[in-house]
Ligand binder design. Structure first.
Ligand SMILES: NC(=O)c1ccc[n+]([C@@H]2O[C@H](COP(=O)([O-])OP(=O)(O)OC[C@H]3O[C@@H](n4cnc5c(N)ncnc54)[C@H](OP(=O)(O)O)[C@@H]3O)[C@@H](O)[C@H]2O)c1
Length: 318
């Protein structure tokens, strides 16, 4: 597949140009509790190699994906096997709390970033996110000696170019954006065919020139594998009406000759306020499938039909 297949997009006003598809690597960490299956070292490394050989030039990971950073270690193995990260690939990672003590202060931010660089086998990353800040009170996040201050110091020291905030609850992400420390926001499972909680956050961020990464367009798998195979939405069991909406959407897609997965992916890709869509994959064949789902033609008439089927806002994650 030619590298010209996928468009690139400015990531807000960071100056980074990224492909509109980003590969997310939490499934590569073999997190059976979230996804329901294990992923071997070999399969994970082969998946990253397939990404390097694909038109997708943006990879998202985290210090905290898997025991002892297994997602980063596996990405690092693929990078080393290539003799280095391909020059045109943007690699983003995230800082996480100490897995043993739960500490998420400035010292931990510095240690987390150092660990990530060592596992990945790179000298720096251009984009570093504060990961799931819902794990600590906002006041602790922005306190002197806290994680935000340490991230700003890393940036001031030139050790990272851009800071992002990545998490779930949209109100908290907005509070972090309002500190003006972050030039990229990532939220997950909250701007999909089934849930629109992040739309206002994303629109506001985009209008301010903040890069918008929309993660988990399949809701963690339900919209790709179907609600019978992946009964969870956003990593948790949900009201039956969510799965019922997914089934009704799949029927609508079938009537138009497209897959639910393609519609779910393009729903995110077509949003004018989303710069990149982060899709989790854990096998090499998924990489080509993802590019195919992103580029297959979808009849315009399908979108209003799917809009009619969106679950009530009371069922969204928020
Ligand atoms: N707080 C955060 O920062 C945060 C939170 C959530 C997500 N993220 C990022 O966003 C990424 C995406 O989220 P996610 O992986 O949880 O959810 P997702 O992209 O909505 O769904 C991933 C699931 O969909 C399946 N899938 C993908 N392509 C498929 C295809 N073509 N056919 C069938 N199944 C397919 C994957 O299965 P296989 O494993 O079988 O490929 C995996 O189970 C994460 O990997 C992570 O990098 C960040």
């Amino acid at each position: 597949m030619s590298a010209a297949v996928l468009p690139t997009h400015p990531l807000g006003s960071t100056g980074l140009d990224v492909t509109t598809l980003c590969v997310g690597t939490s499934p590569l960490a073999s997190m059976k509790r979230l996804y329901g299956y294990d992923v071997s070292d070999e399969r994970a490394i082969a998946t990253v190699e397939a990404v390097f050989d694909s038109p997708i030039r943006f990879i998202d990971t985290s210090n905290g994906y898997g025991d002892d950073g297994s997602a980063e270690r596996r990405i690092g193995a693929a990078i080393r096997a290539r003799g280095g990260l391909p020059a045109d690939v943007v690699l983003a990672t995230k800082v996480d709390p100490d897995p043993e003590t739960g500490a998420f202060d400035g010292d931990r931010v510095r240690a987390s970033y150092a660990e990530s660089l060592e596992r990945l086998g790179v000298e720096r990353v251009p984009l570093l996110y504060l990961h799931d800040p819902e794990r600590i009170p906002f006041e602790d996040g922005i306190a002197p000696g806290g994680p935000v201050e340490a991230m700003l110091e890393l940036r001031a020291a030139g050790l990272v170019d851009h800071l992002g905030v990545a998490g779930g609850p949209v109100g908290l992400l907005q509070q972090y954006l309002d500190t003006d420390a972050f030039s990229v926001v990532l939220s997950h499972n909250r701007y999909t065919l089934l849930d629109r909680s992040a739309q206002v956050l994303f629109e506001g961020a985009h209008a301010r020139g903040i890069g918008v990464a929309n993660a988990a367009p399949y809701g963690g798998g339900m919209l790709a594998k179907g609600p019978e195979t992946q009964t969870k939405y956003g990593y948790g069991e949900r009201d039956d009406r969510v799965a019922a909406a997914a089934r009704a959407m799949r029927d609508a897609c079938e009537r138009h000759g497209v897959t639910l997965a393609a519609a779910a992916l393009q729903f995110s890709l077509r949003a004018p306020f989303v710069d990149t869509t982060v899709v989790g994959v854990s096998s090499p064949e998924r990489v080509a499938q993802t590019v195919e789902y992103a580029t297959v033609e979808i009849p315009e008439e399908l979108w209003p039909e799917l809009e009619e089927l969106v679950p009530d806002a009371s069922l969204w994650l928020n």
